[in-house]
Ligand binder design. Structure first.
Ligand SMILES: Nc1ncnc2c1ncn2[C@@H]1O[C@H](COP(=O)(O)OP(=O)(O)OP(=O)(O)O)[C@@H](O)[C@H]1O
Ligand SMILES: [Mg+2]
Ligand SMILES: [Zn+2]
Length: 552
């Protein structure tokens, strides 16, 4: 007897055998049992969570010879043929390999003919986002006015790449990645049924490594069985996973946490040489960071997690805001891999970004904490090829993740505008106007600023609006702001600090704020670039620290 891989052997054949996805199963089952059929369905979700499986169960449900229902018999000719993929009226296409418009047209031409033996002709189009635009267009016509006897079931891991015209014609179901506990439970049932001995901790390890995918959990279990010659032990699984991934990224994350750029880039090289994909490495990093963040927010680490000690140590050592930023960098880095000159460059850039984004939490901004903060390189090491392939290193920057609402507190403005601005941490456009403006007058909570002619752009309305919004809560009720362009006396922060320095800062701020990555970060998680923390890239780490602790 040949060994059939677990993932195939254990493909659910009925709705009630599916792990997770209760929201999808319930909705589909209700629709089937009440005869409300749609002509096109779209299943979305990551790899191996049940899209193809559901498509086949749905195909059986509408073609079973005993009638349309959520409980296909599983024994009739239609059911058995669909299960084995031989049903003449079910056409499964992998769009990833059939992207051409001609193939699509040929396929859709067959839609006009009546089904041969079933009730409905079912078109299952997998990875539908891979179709070319022309192929989409030719499909659209059939999707718009499908013959009565045709049902479309589309599946994709990447719904964002589908044209809205297609999305709007489909009934969409989003399948979820499965939590590790659900995967471990499933593995337990499967191994019990297969009479394969195992240790529970081993299953927890496999479940976590599968990162939400049922198929991956079963494939890893297959490997573990082979690796452990018939039994699944924690030690062997840990060993095996170390070779697969997970374990490989630990030295990398340690190097990043220590701010050791050279070591981190060395790890990047080692990881890619060991054959771990960059995507997987970033995903593993994100996984670790997620657990670190959970630990920082008080989640109990499961006892059976072998890394619990290391996670707790990182949680204690890393600033919570920085963990958030690093996580975001890992996640966005994965998305951007496809756009990078090559994968290793993309991976390297993500790691360098993690190194360049230190986080100033409000507490860290206090000088005594700042002095203890781990020294971060102010820019990625110059010797790496990927530093230039991405259009230059990002300017060093500190990110603060702040509560959206600021404490309103009484205004601490006592007439010295420049000193006030230095204390306020005003960012972006508000910060620019604040720094270029000098005090003209302040009476009855009416602040009047004066901006010199060469900087008149900072007096424009959008800058005023931003500054007003920032200051209103600090100045309290009745606060008004007026900005006028005129002759200044050199008392603005910009003038006090020196025009040259300010110019450099502006350049850095503009580069930074237009960096799409930083924009994503800012928009995606409410991080803010603290203008006062931007340093032109020429300064070294020592300069950065001196500046910071030397500030009043
Ligand atoms: N929700 C689930 N419940 C039980 N088993 C599942 C589930 N999802 C996936 N599997 C297992 O994984 C295998 C592959 O699943 P399926 O082909 O449905 O994944 P998919 O979502 O279509 O993935 P891909 O995007 O890679 O095509 C199945 O044969 C089954 O063993
Ligand atoms: Mg599939
Ligand atoms: Zn049947």
């Amino acid at each position: 007897m040949t060994y059939q891989v677990l993932a195939r052997k254990w493909r659910p054949k009925a709705f009630d055998q599916l792990v997770g996805q209760p929201h999808v199963v319930t909705a589909l089952a209700n629709a089937l049992d009440t005869g409300r059929l749609h002509h096109a369905y779209l299943f979305t979700g990551t790899r191996g969570v049940g899209k193809t499986t559901l498509a086949r169960i749905l195909a059986k449900s509408i073609n079973c010879e005993t009638g349309v229902s959520s409980r296909p018999c599983g024994r009739c000719r239609a059911c058995t043929e669909i299960d084995s993929g031989r049903f003449v009226d079910m056409l499964e296409v992998d769009a990833a390999t059939n992207t051409k418009v001609d193939e699509m047209r040929e396929l859709l031409d067959t839609a006009q003919y009546m089904p041969v033996s079933g009730r409905y002709k079912v078109y299952i189009i997998d990875e539908v986002h891979m179709l070319s635009r022309h192929a989409f267009n030719s499909m659209l016509k059939t999707l718009e006015e499908p013959p009565e006897h045709v049902k479309f079931i589309l599946a994709t891991t990447d719904p964002q790449r589908l044209p809205v015209t297609v999305l709007s014609r489909c009934l969409q179901f989003n399948l979820k990645s499965l939590p590790p506990q659900a995967l471990a439970g499933h593995l337990k049932r499967v191994l019990d049924a297969e009479a394969i001995p195992y240790e529970e901790v081993a299953l927890a390890l496999l479940a976590r490594a599968a990162a939400g995918s049922v198929r991956d959990s079963l494939s890893l279990a297959d490997q573990a069985i082979a690796f452990g010659s018939g039994k699944v032990t924690a030690a062997q699984v840990a060993d095996m996973l170390g070779a697969v991934g997970g374990e490989l990224v630990w030295p990398l994350i340690e190097a990043i946490a220590a701010g050791d750029g050279a070591a981190a880039l060395g790890e990047v090289e080692r990881i890619t040489q060991r054959g771990l994909s960059c995507d997987q490495a970033l995903q593993d990093l994100a996984g670790i960071l997620h657990r670190v963040a959970m630990a920082q927010h008080g989640a109990q680490l499961a006892q059976d997690e072998p890394d619990a000690g290391r996670i707790a140590a990182l949680a204690a050592r890393l600033d919570a805001g920085r963990v958030q930023v690093m996580y975001q960098v890992a996640v966005l880095g994965r998305r951007d891999l496809a756009l990078a000159p090559d994968e290793v460059a993309g991976f390297g850039m993500a790691v360098m970004r993690m190194l360049s984004f230190g986080v100033a939490s409000p507490a860290d901004a206090r000088p005594e904490r700042a002095a203890q903060a781990p020294a971060m390189p102010s820019r990625p090491p110059a010797a790496t090829p990927s530093a230039t392939s991405d259009g230059g290193a990002p300017a060093p920057v500190e990110m603060a993740v702040r509560e959206p609402a600021r404490p309103a507190g009484p205004p601490s403005f006592e007439g010295d505008w420049a000193a006030f601005v230095e204390r306020q941490n005003l960012t972006g456009m508000a910060g620019l106007l604040a720094r270029y403006g000098e005090l003209d007058a302040f009476e009855g909570n009416h602040l009047q600023l004066l901006v010199a002619e060469p900087h008149r752009m900072y007096a424009e309305k959008p800058y005023q609006d931003k500054l007003k919004a920032e200051l209103a809560p600090r100045f309290g009720p009745g606060f008004r702001l007026t900005v006028r362009v005129g002759d200044t006396k050199g008392r603005s922060v910009a003038a006090v600090r020196g025009v040259e320095e300010q110019k450099k800062l502006e350049g850095a701020a503009a580069a930074l704020e237009s960096d799409p990555f930083v924009r994503d970060l800012v928009e995606g998680m409410g991080a803010q670039v603290i203008a006062s923390s931007i340093r032109p890239a020429a300064e070294g780490p020592a300069g950065t620290n001196e500046k910071r602790s030397g500030k009043p």
